[in-house]
Ligand binder design. Structure first.
Ligand SMILES: *[C@@H]1O[C@H](CO)[C@@H](O)[C@H](O)[C@H]1NC(C)=O
Ligand SMILES: *[C@@H]1O[C@H](CO)[C@@H](O)[C@H](O)[C@H]1NC(C)=O
Length: 459
């Protein structure tokens, strides 16, 4: 075949190939667009703004404690649609089927009353009882139908709310090898503490103060401070969350990870941060924290030591024994995470952490949980069927009374124990007034609390 024909044939083949590629791309794009990505279905989006009362058939969910800043919007949750609003004028609307509360703002003297039989109450509270002791009381928890708290037993468990991902636990971005940490020990203490909130229900500062008598502790925060931040890191509030600071913390063998309150499953970045940067956390907080650790030895638990002195002695031994020390860092050194509960907990949570745009945040997830349940019950009601029952219990939050970190007994001189006990009487007064089935004033409420306190004192 003459060369002339060969190049012509080649040219037409190339042209065909290019046309083919373009057509393929076109189809791939069409197919990708038509695919249902799963997540999308659950993402919320606004359908319309503030439609007048009476022109709609969807349940209204009223945020009683202003939280989302939303005056009113329809949102889709899977197959269901609900109207979410913060405007209290909707309280008397027949379609208002659920009232949503943010725990820190929940107040017995400002409640949506009278409560109708079809008014579900829903509680979002990811915080510890430091903000509000009422949820430690069974009488208060029983008022709610739906919950999202740190407890694994709640309807939407937020236990892993401060953990970015499993990869962040394995990442070596901030990791400092043991030999380098040992070299640093000339300038740095073996243990570091960073806290800006010094007066807490867990009384962590008094424990750390005692611990520091037996092992050197560097403290950068406001609490028990004995070390200055390096130049350039002077503004504590922003520095403590900066990568530059994480590079400092990761040079320490041990990071104190003490929660502000001791509650089952109340676990914060205090635990996850040392795990992420590759320092060993000394943990005090959730009594069931073992259930969530990457590996059984990933943290050293203060509760396993008879006293701060015993803990200090153990840390001093570990500090001098690299092999024993590194057994606590398997997630970093061996890239190993063996805890199935933790693996599944991060895999199946439907909300994202830190503006993860591929998933809704947990506030959206909470709104949708309530919307789906309430919308289903509304349909059942319309069909003359019985509504499904939803009832929160102590297991949905239920933190125990605050105790001394030394004796693990209530400490009668503690201000937090006083707050806890006050909440007991408030819960009792609330129950009594709610049982009347009518609205009550703040004065009536406080009078009832005083009556109960006086009765108690005279007994
Ligand atoms: C309950 O009563 C107080 C005053 O006694 C009033 O300000 C409040 O709006 C009432 N709440 C409801 C939901 O009716
Ligand atoms: C919601 O909780 C209240 C108070 O316990 C209860 O009376 C009501 O029946 C519950 N609603 C549902 C739908 O279970």
């Amino acid at each position: 075949m003459p060369a002339f024909y060969r190049t012509r044939k080649l040219r037409s083949q190339v042209a065909l190939l290019i046309v083919g590629i373009i057509i393929c791309f076109y189809f791939i794009i069409i197919i990708l667009n038509s695919l249902d990505w799963g997540v999308e279905d659950d993402l919320l989006y606004n359908i319309a703004e503030d439609i007048p009362i009476g022109t709609r058939e969807y349940p209204i969910l009223l945020w009683w404690t202003p939280f989302t800043g939303e005056s009113g919007a329809f949102k889709r949750c899977g197959k269901e649609i609900c109207f979410f609003t913060e405007q209290r004028k909707y309280f008397t609307d027949d379609l208002t089927k659920a009232i949503l509360f943010y725990g820190s703002s929940f107040s017995p003297t400002d409640l949506p009353l009278p409560r109708m039989p079809y008014h579900d109450w829903a509680l979002l509270h990811e915080e510890s009882p430091k903000n509000n002791y009422l949820f430690s009381m069974e009488k208060v928890m029983k008022l709610f139908n739906h919950t999202a708290t740190f407890r694994r037993e709640s309807d939407l468990p937020l236990t892993l709310q401060y953990l970015q991902s499993l990869d962040s636990l394995k990442s070596k971005k901030f990791f400092v090898p043991t030999a380098v940490k040992s070299l640093k020990s000339k300038e740095l203490a073996p243990v570091v503490y960073v806290q800006t909130d010094c007066n807490t229900p867990s009384e962590r500062d008094s424990y750390v103060e005692e611990l520091a008598k037996h092992i050197p502790v560097d403290s950068y925060g406001k609490c028990l401070q004995n070390k200055e931040l390096p130049p350039g890191l002077t503004d504590a509030a922003s520095s403590f969350n900066s990568e530059a600071f994480f590079f400092i913390l990761s040079q320490y063998k041990f990071n104190l990870a003490f929660e502000n309150a001791v509650c089952r499953d109340y676990i914060t970045e205090k635990l996850w941060r040392p795990l992420e940067i590759g320092s060993v956390p000394i943990y005090y907080g959730s009594p069931a924290v073992e259930d969530w650790l990457p590996n059984p030895e990933s943290a050293i638990l203060a509760k396993n030591f008879a006293s701060p002195k015993h803990l200090a002695e153990h840390l001093l031994r570990l500090k001098a024994d690299d092999e024993a020390y590194e057994r606590h860092l398997e997630h970093k050194i061996l890239n190993k995470i063996s805890n199935k509960r933790l693996i599944e907990g991060t895999a199946y949570r439907e909300w994202g952490v830190n503006n993860d745009l591929t998933k809704p945040n947990f506030i959206d997830s909470f709104e949708c949980l309530v919307c789906k349940r309430v919308a289903e019950n509304y349909r059942r009601e319309q069909k003359g069927q019985k509504r499904k029952k939803y009832q929160a219990t102590m297991e949905h939050y239920g933190c125990p009374e605050p105790v001394s970190p030394f004796t693990l007994e209530p400490d009668s001189s503690s201000w937090w124990l006083e707050l806890y006990n006050k909440a007991k009487f408030e819960a009792a007064a609330l129950e009594k007034l709610l049982n009347r089935g009518a609205n009550f004033s703040a004065t009536e409420f406080f009078q009832e609390v005083i009556n109960l306190l006086e009765n108690n004192a005279s007994q």
